[in-house]
Design a protein around this ligand. Structure first.
Ligand code: GAL
Length: 447
């Protein structure tokens, strides 16, 4: 066992796990909830591996008490979950669903009772389908709809919840859902991507302002996926390709939030299109919000080379599997040094107050054998990443917490139930939970 201890990170450090409504709750049409884009997307053939749906997921809606007890038993002191917009406002806007409010109150109360500090994500990718039918994130109405939803969250839960994350990874759901068609709602092309980016960036800043106004003593953040981008070679074309990827992955949403407007780079025409399409120069102020913390989420670094066949970005990934470097069972490179590098890079941006690692974790094909799950590779992953985080923290990066992704195996978007990220194994036929060795490792690390 490593000599690394949680005490080294100092007192008042938030140690938590993160989950998300669409990946865990299930109960997809229960107690007044309407369909989300993911429920609808799952009905389309071939969109989700093995034909899986999020309809039952980990049945967290009914099992939250047990899952919170497990979280507590593993030694965590914080719990990050998201609210399902379609459960709170089944019509997207307008009337509030009382049973939805009740569920989240029960969940929050249970967290507080167990001494788990709730961190609530307002939007983790599950838009009410009724709003998607009216254009979803491509619609100019979207910021308005989002404001209504944020208000409903603040008014109903603001007395008990102080830690808020406005949006989870805006790049992921806009790129995968509105450009590449791989995630819900499965739309493609620039005409969808450009407005979706802008509306998400606007909604994020305005969401922060609404929480600031309505929730006394709120600690407000928003979460970005960030990755170190490494050029495949020192050739100019590879370096440029890596730079474009860096802009998309690490700067596109962060810089407007910090008041810098969208990134500007003559050699990347996409940025100009984004400006023109959305008349974005008018909105620099509206896109800005002084978040109390930035949530940094990291899973892997990317090695990037020039590829003229890939539209817009003219770049593609040289996969970890091809380069034969250590990787998870999803083929994601495992490289803690790269985590350190990106934490330092983001942490040193001017204007960021606190940094919280709101997601980090690894996927393996875990199996239960004689009541145990031997996921030693996941333990290594966490140990190495925690050491890297400690190094960055000691060098002055203001890191206030770390949330492991994730508590239990769950519905991993278009991978369905095939990709297991949990510290706790779930048998999706019986919903039986088995703590993996990594879960036991966390308990020793934290207690
Ligand atoms: C993140 C996402 C999570 C989870 C994780 C692992 O991008 O926020 O919901 O799916 O990736 O893939």
């Amino acid at each position: 066992m490593s000599t690394l201890t949680s005490k080294a990170f100092g007192p008042n450090f938030h140690w938590g796990v993160s989950i998300a409504a669409a990946q865990n709750e299930g109960a997809y049409l229960e107690d007044g909830k309407s369909l989300s884009t993911w429920d609808a997307f799952a009905r389309r053939k071939g969109k989700i591996k093995s034909g899986h749906t999020p309809h039952i997921a980990t049945d967290f809606y009914h099992r939250y008490k047990d899952d919170l007890l497990l979280t507590k038993a593993l030694g965590f002191t914080a719990f990050r979950f998201s609210i399902s917009w379609a459960r709170l406002l089944p019509d997207g806007t307008g009337r509030v669903n009382k049973q939805g409010v009740e569920f989240y109150h029960n969940l929050i109360d249970e967290c507080l009772k167990l001494g788990l500090v709730p961190f609530v994500t307002i939007y983790h990718w599950d838009l009410p389908y009724v709003l998607e039918k009216q254009g979803g994130w491509t619609s100019t109405m979207m910021p308005k709809w989002f404001n209504r939803y944020v208000k409903a969250c603040a008014e109903n839960f603001g007395d008990k919840v102080k830690n808020w994350i406005i949006i989870n990874e805006p790049l992921s759901f806009t790129a995968l859902g509105y450009m590449l068609g791989k995630h819900a709602p499965g739309k493609k092309g620039l005409d969808n991507f450009l407005p979706a980016i802008h509306h998400a960036a606007m909604a994020q800043a305005e969401g922060g302002r609404i929480i600031r106004e309505l929730v006394k003593g709120a600690y407000i953040g928003t979460s970005f996926s960030c990755s170190q981008i490494v050029p495949h070679s020192q050739k100019e074309e590879d370096m440029q390709a890596a730079n474009r990827m860096d802009i998309l992955m690490n700067r596109l949403f962060l810089e407007p939030t910090l008041g810098m407007g969208y990134p500007k780079e003559e050699s990347f025409p996409f940025l100009r299109k984004l400006e023109i399409y959305n008349k974005a120069w008018r909105y620099t102020d509206a896109l800005q919000f002084k978040f109390d913390f930035i949530g940094l989420q990291n899973y892997f670094p990317l090695t990037i080379k020039y590829n003229r066949l890939i539209p817009i970005i003219n770049a593609s990934e040289v996969k970890a599997t091809t380069r034969q470097v250590p990787h998870t069972d999803l083929g994601w490179e495992m490289n803690a040094e790269a985590f350190y590098t990106i934490v330092k890079k983001i942490g040193l941006y001017g204007g960021i107050k606190d940094l919280i690692i709101t997601e980090n974790g690894a996927c393996f094909k875990d199996k239960v054998e004689n009541g145990m799950v031997h996921d030693e590779r996941r333990i290594d992953y966490f140990q190495n990443h925690l050491k890297a985080m400690l190094k960055a923290k000691k060098e002055g990066i203001n890191i206030k917490g770390y949330f492991a992704w994730t508590l239990t195996d769950n519905f991993e978007w278009n991978e369905g139930y095939n990709a297991r990220f949990g510290l706790i194994h779930v048998d999706f036929k019986t919903q039986l939970r088995t703590i993996k060795n990594s879960g036991h490792w966390w308990r020793e690390f934290l207690t």
